[in-house]
Design a protein around this ligand. Structure first.
Ligand SMILES: Nc1ncnc2c1ncn2[C@@H]1O[C@H](COP(=O)(O)OP(=O)(O)O)[C@@H](O)[C@H]1O
Ligand SMILES: [Mg+2]
Length: 245
């Protein structure tokens, strides 16, 4: 049985984890199968002085304890300024560099976060300054995170911002990340892959309604959204490619 102190404050905004609370300067999240890897990852970040993530502070009563990072975590996707997109690109690169070639990355180039949307970034003075919510972190290819970030920070099918301008922001993200040569040419495929993966992720949760973090209507709308975004990105492939060239 998990117990939290009486002065715990429920933290809203997350979509996956029930029971995330703040206690003074710490955050407590229910421990899960990913706890061990996340603890090792956050400790590795600390050792190499990457400060764009919470510190791991141990476990109590079945809860992981992390440092609370002051700032704003946006609950909704929205249109960002160029400097905010650039800061997200630089922060993503710094996080990848922190595990490049490390034991934790295993046979992959880096450890990926696998959920680097604005909803998992802490903003300080208007700029993303840290990532939170490492539950899906695992060894991977940087383009997995880059594709997901390009989508969730820069692209939206139902948005007043013209697609040419969205593509410009994908270029800003790529430049700030320092994405080079052939990898730059694979960005659209990486975005499409993440949109398809997202649709599959929510569909798989729908198949196990007892443990799903939302009801079938919400899950269905997320699948539909992911597919709509994929269709939009595919239809505008040349616009995105031209901007990145
Ligand atoms: N270390 C932290 N520092 C500050 N706020 C946090 C921290 N961890 C979580 N939060 C807040 O709690 C919310 C939910 O936590 P999160 O780890 O993202 O869970 P979920 O898996 O549900 O998305 C976040 O959106 C954020 O507002
Ligand atoms: Mg989250």
């Amino acid at each position: 049985m998990t117990e939290v102190p009486g002065d715990a404050i429920k933290l809203p905004g997350g979509r996956m984890t029930d029971g995330v609370v703040r206690v003074n300067d710490s955050v407590r999240r229910p421990a899960s199968d990913s706890s061990e890897f996340v603890a090792a990852l956050l400790q590795a970040f600390e050792q190499c002085e990457f400060d764009g993530a919470p510190k791991y502070l141990g476990q109590v009563d079945g809860m992981d304890i992390l440092s609370f990072l002051p700032g704003e975590v946006p609950e909704r996707f929205q249109v960002w300024e160029d400097n905010q997109v650039a800061a997200a690109g630089a922060l993503l690169r710094a996080m990848h560099d922190a595990t490049r070639g490390s034991e934790l990355a295993g046979r992959f180039p880096v450890v990926c976060h696998h959920d680097v949307g604005p909803n998992n970034a802490v903003f300080v003075d208007g700029l993303p300054s840290a990532w939170i919510d490492f539950d899906f972190a695992a060894p991977g290819s940087p383009l997995e995170d880059f594709g997901y970030a390009a989508w969730t920070w820069c692209i939206a099918s139902k948005c007043a911002v013209p697609v040419e301008r969205q593509a410009e922001q994908v270029k800003i993200l790529a430049d700030a990340y320092g994405l080079q040569g052939p990898e730059r040419g694979a960005v659209i495929d990486a975005i499409l892959e993440q949109q398809a993966r997202n649709a599959r992720f929510w569909a798989e949760l729908m198949a196990s309604p007892d443990t799903a973090p939302a009801g079938p209507d919400v899950l269905a709308s997320r699948i539909e959204w992911s597919r709509r975004e994929l269709a939009f990105t595919a239809a505008n492939r040349s616009v995105f490619e031209n901007a990145l060239a």
